[in-house]
Design a binder for this molecule. Structure first.
Ligand code: PTJ
Length: 251
């Protein structure tokens, strides 16, 4: 039981959730390590959504609304932390959800499918029942994607993604949106839109942004996407970290 007045209450609550998901078999053991890395960056960023993360969310929402065939990719960490919100986002966008695991096992796929269905998903792609397409440049189970999902998608939202697969998806011409607390990760650098924020804040913010932008004319949406500069936005996250911890000293 975590005391509510603990200064790191929220952070400890998330830790407890990933540990529980690991014990249930939803989260990969490496998912715990990945979470720790994310936690460190979240701490450095002040554990709040920054102004530049909000900008990235707005651009991501506009791109998701414009996409013809968007797919939300779900891994163990996403299923552990935001299963219901992912389903909500898929519903407001009318998009598909696909399980894509780096450490793929039939058992984890089944458990994550159950978690998403319990969260309200009607259809979940990426299970072993799907017809598969192979993503060029990758090997092993990581290379396969659902033919009706990521393989055919024009836009993929891949939170907490491994760098190799992110780069391979970009090479296939897909618009890649990621959520990654590490602004320097290969995935953050490869994506067209990187939301440098904790997934537990980014997905609810995306739902709100999609609702706000719904009904906006496509030319305005295109302009929002075009005006967004990912490198500049990532640079602002890095500046935020250094300012926060050096009092803004210039070196
Ligand atoms: O469930 P699987 O088998 O698909 O495996 C998932 C992991 C995350 C283990 C796998 O994809 C992996 O090894 O990823 P990486 O390369 O460690 O990248 C994860 C990235 O997510 C890192 O840059 C972390 O900083 C970031 N991260 C971790 N927790 C969060 C996060 N970003 C946003 N919100 C978080 N809560």
């Amino acid at each position: 039981m975590i005391p509510k007045d603990h200064p790191r209450y929220e952070s400890l609550l998330l830790r407890a959730r990933v540990v529980e998901a690991y014990k249930k078999g939803i989260l990969a053991d490496s998912g715990l390590i990945a979470h720790g890395r994310g936690e460190a960056f979240d701490y450095l960023l002040g554990e709040k959504t920054t102004r530049n993360a909000r900008k990235a969310v707005k651009a991501a929402a506009a791109a998701l609304i414009l996409a013809k065939n968007p797919v939300l990719s779900v891994n163990g960490n996403t299923a552990a932390l935001v299963p219901k919100d992912i389903v909500k986002l898929a519903k407001v966008l009318d998009s598909k959800i696909e399980i894509n695991l780096f450490y793929r096992t039939p058992g984890r796929v089944k458990l994550i499918e159950e978690v998403l269905k319990d969260g309200g998903a009607d259809n979940v792609l990426g299970t072993d029942r799907d017809e598969k397409g192979m993503i060029q440049g990758l090997e092993g189970p990581r290379a396969s994607a659902s033919r009706d999902g990521v393989y055919m998608a024009d836009l993929v939202l891949v939170p907490l993604e491994d760098g190799d697969r992110a780069e391979a998806l970009v090479k296939l011409g897909k618009l890649l949106i990621t959520i990654d607390l590490n602004p320097l990760s290969r995935t953050a650098q490869a994506a067209s839109i990187t939301i440098v924020d904790n997934i537990v804040r980014a997905i609810p913010n995306l739902i709100e942004a999609v609702k706000e932008l719904e009904g906006t004319d496509p030319s305005t949406l295109h302009a929002i996407v075009k005006d967004f500069n990912n490198q500049e936005n990532i640079g602002q996250s890095l500046k935020k970290i250094s300012k926060k911890h050096t009092g803004g000293l210039k070196s």
